[in-house]
Each structure stands twice: as structure tokens, then as C-alpha cells.
Write a protein that binds this ligand. Structure first.
Ligand code: APR
Length: 181
């Protein structure tokens, strides 16, 4: 599914493995200690190779990690991209612990990082909806609102935001949030 914005910009939803989709920056769903993990984090490190963790080790040594709602950047190793933005989504604790703002903040931070580097195509997984337990029906509108706001703003460099959703149920939830009936 695809939604068009002024200036030919696009928001796309696809089902797939984010490590196989070309982008200028691939967003990872990481954790605050930047220590790697399962899910999309594991897949990105496996496909990207050990250079990603070496760079994260240096960042961790300098900063101690990455706060929830923020992101850090590494190069992309063997992935079909130039950069990986390692974003830390919120753990879902019922929805009244600022989860939506933190999730939105993750997306906005990554998109700002893309603008700083003059990037055109950014891909996101469904951050926080796996191990971190954020219900996808609640996460999808938050993620999509941040993406739409970015694409609607004039003068931005990012031309295409792709949500690469690992299974059909996640895709369907994003599609419903993008085109509510
Ligand atoms: N491509 C795209 N999406 C994927 C892939 C993949 N290769 N693998 C998993 N996913 C999907 C999951 O199905 C889920 O919809 O990514 C979404 C996010 O799930 P998680 O990877 O569990 O991320 P999150 O919920 O943000 O939890 C982060 O999990 O792996 C650890 O280190 C990570 O501690 C952190 C936590």
C-alpha cells in the first residue's frame, strides 16, 4: 500500500524482512544498552555483520547507551543501506506511561537524523510491537502520524518512508491506520 504526498513524496507499507529492502537508512528496534537482541535487532546484526556492534561498543563506551525515545547511528555493514539508526522504543506498560510520546519521539528522531545526512529513503520496522509488547493497533497510528507529519513538511529531504512489516497481521493493522474506513 502506498500514500502519496505533495512533491512526489511517498509513504509505503510492505510485508517483508527489513534487512532485504534497500534504503538510505534502516531503522533498528534496539534497546537502551545497544547490546543487540532478538527480533529485528538480531536480524539486522546478523545481516549487517560485526562492524555494527563494534561501532555500538564505541558509542556505549562514550555515552553509556541510548535513552528510550532516542536513537544512535552506525554505518550499515553488509546491509543494503548506508546507515542504521538504532532506535529505542518504549516498553509497553498499559499505555499510561508516556508510551505514545516516546514511540513518536523515536520516529521523529530517526527522521531528523535522516535530514541531517540528506537522505531520501528511510525504512522502519514496527518498533516496540514485538518483545516490548506495544499492541500494534495502538502503535501503528503513532508511527504513521510521525511519518506523515514529516512527509507533509515542505523542504524536507526525505522522499520516501517505508514501513517493512514482518507479518500480514502487522501489515493489516498499519494499513487500517493509514486508510481508516
Ligand atoms: N524485518 C522486519 N520486521 C521484523 C523482523 C525483520 N527481519 N524481525 C522481526 N520483526 C518485527 C517483529 O515481528 C515486530 O513486529 O519487528 C517488530 C518489532 O519487534 P522486536 O524486534 O521484538 O522489537 P521491540 O518490540 O521494539 O523490542 C525491542 O527486542 O530484540 C530486542 O534488542 C531488542 O531489547 C530490544 C527489544
Amino acid at each position: 500500500m502506498e500514500k502519496r504526498f505533495p512533491g512526489g513524496k511517498r509513504l509505503r507499507l510492505v510485508v517483508g524482512d527489513i534487512t532485504r529492502v534497500h534504503a538510505d537508512a534502516i531503522v533498528n528496534a534496539a534497546n537502551s544498552s545497544l547490546a543487540g537482541g532478538g527480533g529485528v535487532d538480531g536480524a539486522i546484526h546478523r545481516a549487517g555483520g560485526p562492524s555494527l556492534m563494534r561501532e555500538l561498543d564505541r558509542i556505549r563506551a562514550q555515552t553509556g547507551g541510548c535513552p528510550t525515545g532516542s536513537a544512535v547511528v552506525t554505518t550499515a555493514g553488509n546491509l543494503p543501506a548506508r546507515f542504521v539508526f538504532h532506535a529505542v522504543g518504549p516498553v509497553y506498560r498499559g499505555g499510561r506511561h508516556n508510551e505514545a510520546e516516546l514511540l513518536a519521539c523515536c520516529h521523529r528522531t530517526c527522521l531528523s537524523m535522516a535530514e541531517e545526512r540528506d537522505l531520501r529513503v528511510v525504512s522502519f520496522p514496527a518498533i516496540s510491537t514485538g518483545v516490548y509488547g506495544y499492541p500494534v493497533e495502538a502503535a501503528a497510528p503513532v508511527a504513521l502520524a510521525a511519518a506523515r507529519a514529516h512527509l507533509e513538511r515542505e523542504g524536507n529531504c526525505v522522499q520516501e518512508i517505508v514501513f517493512v512489516l514482518y507479518d500480514q497481521a502487522t501489515y493489516d493493522a498499519f494499513a487500517r491506520a493509514l486508510e481508516p474506513r
